[in-house]
Write a protein that binds this ligand. Structure first.
Ligand code: SF4
Length: 109
């Protein structure tokens, strides 16, 4: 694992974010190297950074940005026998009680 991955993993492990002052100490790297890595991660859209002075010194609060594809998706409620609900992505204005596609899908329950 390279240092950039290590930093990103550390940031991801802190749900409420981590102060940049604490980050470089925890990662055991110097602050300027940490700043460069954090700037790169921010530019890549992997983290967010906002000013923080809650502990009396000016620093940044760094949080990981969860990518949509990283979210765990549970489609089980939309599936019957591996067939998606016909309502998934359907844009027809409808009366569900009268929809043949939905009725056929529900019958498989
Ligand atoms: S009930 Fe039928 S028409 Fe309505 S959203 Fe579902 S599939 Fe589409």
């Amino acid at each position: 694992m390279d240092i950039e991955e290590k930093i990103l993993k550390l940031i991801k492990s802190k749900k409420n974010g981590i102060l940049q002052n604490d980050l470089w100490k925890t990662a055991k790297i110097d602050s300027s190297k940490c700043s460069r890595i954090v700037a790169k991660l921010e530019k890549e859209g992997l983290i967010s950074r906002e000013h923080d002075s809650s502990k009396g010194s000016k620093t940044y609060l760094i949080k990981s940005i969860e990518k949509k594809e990283e979210k765990v998706k549970n489609y089980q409620l939309l599936l019957i026998e591996d067939i998606f609900s016909p309502c998934t992505g359907c844009s027809i204005e409808c009366v569900p009680e009268q929809c043949i596609n939905l009725s056929e899908w529900v019958i498989r329950l």
